[in-house]
Design a protein around this ligand. Sequence first.
Ligand code: NI
Length: 194
Amino acid sequence: MQMRITKYGEPVLKQKAEKVEVFDSGLEKLANDMFESMCEANGIGLAAPQVGVSKRMFVIDMRRRYDADTPCNFTLDGKSIPLELAMPLVAVNPEVENAGEYVETAEEGCLSFPAIYGEVERFYKVRLVYSDLKGARHEIVCDGLFARCIQHENDHLDGITFVDRLQTKELLKISAKLKKLKRASRDFLKGKNK
Ligand code: NI
């Protein structure tokens, strides 16, 4: 089932999400619904707060961004495996840490900020430890766009969005668009509460 994607200005995007305690069919359904909603919106990552659920979980699918010319460098539980076997990734109760020596600045967008982009600095390489839908812990080490995407989605679980990480100069460029989106969200919420 496709779910509505929450937009900038909606309180759920500012909340610290709650740890997942129960690994059941309901969680699996949520993951499937999030994946469907993400694909429908042509996204490569989506966090649960973006479908209005304040839980520590995100989905990622990098298959459309990597190919033979731009291979994805990653290991899953210490092994190099084909990307298709690791995707779609459902990460529950994730923990992310820097695993490299560099940071990289690149343009990011977000499904909760339609048509808004900005340059964000991220760790180039990260280690992600997470639970799968059965509750088993795994570790992914990766770099580049995959690592950027993990950091972006993980931020959502702490109520942080990419605009919170923009330098003032970058933020100024999109401030008019942000104001407009916030007004639209306010009007949407008003309509919902009537
Ligand atoms: Ni996002």
